[in-house]
Design a binder for this molecule. Structure first.
Ligand SMILES: [Zn+2]
Length: 389
């Protein structure tokens, strides 16, 4: 059994991945505010007692990420896994199953974070704890558990800024894919559009300069923006959506400021700095653009040798045909993968992609066991010179 957060109990080896997922769901890491520290300390302690060197890296009070490493005896880059500790808010609809209890009904494990993505973290940690000999005989293993992913990869960005992310040979992101291999995702460029004017009494608008009218004109131009980049064969075209707008203080004044949020999803190769400049030109002279988040897309070719090997192993374990796809959402890999020096990156995890951020979020317990089996196979093959690709 898994023991307390204090770490004073007996060493644990290879816990059950479903039990560990239930335990992780019990830590309320809703972001905002996050409060990932207790969950991070619990996992660091578990890894520490099982031969990993662990570092807690603070993001804020009550918030931290974990880097856990176990070195191997061979020269060469380690395999890396990553997952985020935070979860999204519960939403306004009532839950049928208590969101932090981790109840299992008919093979479905319910709870916030069950799919996105405490099951993924539990599965790769259990796999790591089950394969100490393979790791020690090979090039080692790095686990990166981040805080603050759901609000724009803040924990991963802080780890990179602090120089804590070292090169790795390959990266597996345990985000929900129902154990189907994803080889990439779009980038995200979130911008805040700002227009400014001059306030005046609403009965004398000729004395003012209306910032809402300026925003309306700018948004109209942006909504017609045509991306010139060639569509990516799997990810398709970039997209642009204006998702928020606020302006004006009261109905009987001329508004002097308007802000709106622009969510752009990009494809690999589209330069974000160039795109921001081009949007500013298209938005007209009254528009200022401020960057909220700037995350590149990631892409690994499906015929990359390690990806092909993992695809074969997943097909063997699942009994399903080999399948490689792309994710719709962005992940910490946008930040971590370049810092790890751009090695092949896969998104592969037991959660159901359609359950992420849902009321009564669940994960199929059979997929959690399957993911742990897949991850063990990936760890063994990475660390065995005979099968290393
Ligand atoms: Zn996630």
């Amino acid at each position: 059994m898994l023991d307390s957060k204090t770490g004073t109990t007996r060493p644990v080896t290879a816990p059950d991945p479903v039990e560990l997922t239930q335990r992780l769901i019990g830590f309320e890491t809703v972001n905002p505010p996050g409060n990932e520290r207790a969950c991070a300390e619990f996992l660091a302690n578990l890894l520490d007692r099982n031969g990993f060197k662990t570092d807690l890296v603070a993001l804020a009070d009550d918030r931290c990420s974990v880097i856990a490493t176990r070195k191997g005896r061979q020269a060469g880059l380690p395999l890396a896994f990553t997952g985020h500790l935070d979860v999204v808010p519960l939403g306004s609809a009532p839950w049928t199953h208590a969101p932090f209890a981790g109840a299992i009904v008919d093979d479905k494990l319910y709870g916030r974070g069950s799919s996105d993505m405490k099951s993924g973290i539990a599965a790769f940690i259990c796999a790591a704890l089950a394969e100490p000999e393979a790791i020690d005989a090979g090039t080692g293993l790095t686990l990166v558990l981040t805080a603050g992913e759901e609000t724009g990869c803040a924990g991963a960005i802080a780890l990179v800024a602090a120089g804590r992310i070292l090169p790795a040979g390959a990266l597996v992101v345990g985000e929900p894919t129902a154990n189907v291999i994803c080889v990439g995702h779009k980038g995200a460029l979130w911008l805040r559009g700002v227009t400014r004017g001059i306030t005046a009494h609403g009965s004398m608008p000729q004395l003012g300069d209306n910032a809402i009218y300026k925003a309306a004109r700018a948004i109209d131009r942006l909504s017609a923006y045509a991306f010139t980049a060639e569509p990516h064969p799997a990810l398709g075209r970039p997209t642009l959506n204006v998702g928020t707008i606020t302006g004006g203080l009261n109905i009987n004044s001329v508004p002097d400021r308007t802000e709106f949020g622009i969510d752009i999803r990009t494809i690999p190769g589209l330069d974000h700095a160039w795109l921001r400049d081009d949007l500013r030109r298209h938005g007209g002279p009254d528009l200022d653009l401020e960057t909220i988040i700037d995350l590149p897309g990631i892409w690994t070719e499906a015929d990359q040798p390690w990806v092909r090997d993992v695809a074969r192993q997943v097909a063997d374990i699942s009994g399903l045909p080999e399948r490689v796809t792309a994710a719709t959402y962005f992940t910490d890999a946008a930040v971590l993968s370049p810092a790890m020096k751009g090695m092949p990156t896969l998104i592969l995890g037991p959660g159901e992609p359609g359950q992420a951020h849902q009321t009564d979020e669940w994960c199929d317990t059979r997929r959690i066991h399957e993911a742990a089996t897949i991850y063990r196979r990936i760890i063994r093959r990475w660390n065995d010179p005979a099968t290393r690709t």
